[in-house]
Each structure stands twice: as structure tokens, then as C-alpha cells.
Design a protein around this ligand. Structure first.
Ligand SMILES: Nc1ncnc2c1ncn2[C@@H]1O[C@H](COP(=O)(O)OP(=O)(O)O)[C@@H](O)[C@H]1O
Ligand SMILES: [Mg+2]
Length: 234
């Protein structure tokens, strides 16, 4: 079913965090999720070795540029959702993953550096759309925002995106200790101890709203449906 990739040509934009939040939210609702860990830092693979990984999340760490598209499309036939966590760069693996994605989420922190990394992915998507001959749906998720104040840098990024007519999720991912804790202690937000983590309830609410907005946009693209029929028949 839908393939959702997380991409920004800059590291530290919040791709891996956003990808894991989505995966654990979806898994909590009983769906089967496959995560492709295409980030050489392998944070999601490390997370998968910690206790508390939901049984309905599979993590695939072995990625090669030549086999990635096939691997992703095969996983999408057996999983409810495929989530791809990409490296903070532009390379063949990123291009291959984007070309078979039904939705690309571009996490951007409220800084001009991150926005430039996001713009590179937007340019890459428009080049790939000409090659694959269908639209590659994409949206920006603002990340690590301050729960209390909107900074000047964040406002500037929001205005630039609005001028370019880019789809920006209404829910920004707030800076929360609970999100960092997932990579320390494993599991999803539902496994964290509310006595040990500040604002866990708010973090859960924020992650649920973010995921709902992403899932609304994640519809299998027409070209992908054709591939699924072809695979079933072969
Ligand atoms: N919403 C957030 N709240 C708290 N920490 C965050 C959040 N998003 C990212 N981080 C932290 O910022 C760093 C970079 O985030 P990460 O998701 O690994 O980015 P990327 O995958 O784009 O390189 C990590 O240390 C991560 O724990
Ligand atoms: Mg990462």
C-alpha cells in the first residue's frame, strides 16, 4: 500500500524522528508497517533493537541503489504502509526512493539552511516527475518548532513556502523530549512513562495530528496501482 518517504537534502532536519513518529502511530492502530532505513546513520535500525518495538513494524536496513525500488514496491504489496527514511543528501538512493513514493514528506526546521535542503528535494521531485511521467505528491512538515512562540526564522520559512504554493502540513512537529526518548528507550509514545517524560500527553496529541494529516495525503498513485496489478499477474 502507500509508500511515504521522508527527505531533506540537509541532515538534522527531523526526517528520522518524523518517520518513526508516523510508523509508531500507524502501528498503534494495528496496521502493518515496513520501514526502509536508508539513512547511513541507521537510527531506526538501532531503535528496532531496543525493547518495545511493535511486532507489526518491520525494519529493513540492507539497502542498495540497484534493488531499492524493487524492494520498496514488493514491501508495499505486503504492508499497509511503507515508510522510507532517507539520508540528508541527494544521491541515487534518494532519487530512486522518491520516484516510487506515493507521498514525499519534506521535514524542514524553521531555518533558512533547512529550507534550502528542502528546496533541493523540491527541485529533484520536479525532475523525477518528468521521468516517471506522473505527479509525485509531496508536502512540507515544519519540525522542532517551539510550543510557545513562533520565531522570526520560522515565519520567514512559512512565508517563502506559501509564496511558492507548497503544501505545508497544518500540524508542525513540536520540539519534545518524548520524541528524543524514543531513540533512547525504544517503542512508541504509548510505551513511554508519563511520570518520566515531560508533556507526554501533548507529544502524543501532536504526533497523532501530524500522522493523520500525512495519512490523508498518502493515496497510492495511479502508476503504482498499475505496478501492483502487474506484480499480482506475474
Ligand atoms: N521534534 C523533535 N523534538 C525533539 N528533538 C528532535 C525533534 N526532531 C528532531 N530532534 C532531534 O534532532 C536531531 C536530528 O533529528 P533527526 O530526526 O535525526 O534528523 P534527520 O533524520 O533529518 O537527520 C536528533 O538528535 C533528534 O533527536
Ligand atoms: Mg536521519
Amino acid at each position: 500500500m502507500p509508500v511515504i518517504s521522508f527527505a531533506n537534502a540537509k541532515g538534522g532536519a527531523g526526517k528520522t524522528t518524523a518517520a518513526l513518529l508516523l510508523a509508531t502511530e500507524v502501528a498503534e492502530r494495528g496496521k502493518r508497517v515496513t520501514i526502509f532505513d536508508a539513512d547511513p546513520q541507521k537510527w531506526i535500525s538501532h531503535w528496532a533493537e531496543l525493547p518495545g518495538r511493535p511486532r507489526n513494524i518491520d525494519v529493513i536496513s540492507q539497502i542498495t541503489p540497484a534493488s531499492l525500488t524493487e524492494q520498496i514496491l514488493d514491501a508495499s504489496a505486503s504492508s499497509d504502509y511503507v515508510i522510507v527514511d532517507l539520508e540528508g543528501t541527494e544521491n541515487l538512493i534518494v532519487a530512486n526512493a522518491l520516484s516510487v513514493s506515493d507521498l514525499v514528506v519534506i521535514p524542514i526546521q524553521g531555518s533558512s539552511m533547512d529550507a534550502r535542503g528542502g528546496a533541493k528535494i523540491l527541485t529533484l521531485i520536479s525532475k523525477l516527475e518528468k521521468i516517471v511521467k506522473h505527479d509525485i505528491r509531496h508536502c512540507v512538515a515544519l519540525t522542532r518548532t517551539n510550543a510557545a512562540v513562533t520565531t522570526r526564522a520560522l515565519k520567514a520559512v512559512q512565508e517563502t513556502l506559501a509564496v511558492r504554493g507548497i503544501d505545508v502540513l497544518m500540524t508542525a512537529i513540536v520540539e519534545r523530549a518524548a520524541y528524543r526518548d524514543l531513540f533512547e528507550f525504544g517503542g512508541g509514545l504509548c510505551n513511554q512513562d508519563p511520570k518520566a517524560v515531560a508533556n507526554l500527553g501533548k507529544a502524543r496529541e501532536n504526533a497523532a495530528m501530524f500522522s493523520a494529516e500525512v495519512l490523508q495525503r498518502a493515496v497510492v498513485a495511479p502508476r503504482r496501482r498499475w505496478y501492483d496489478v502487474f506484480k499480482k499477474a506475474s
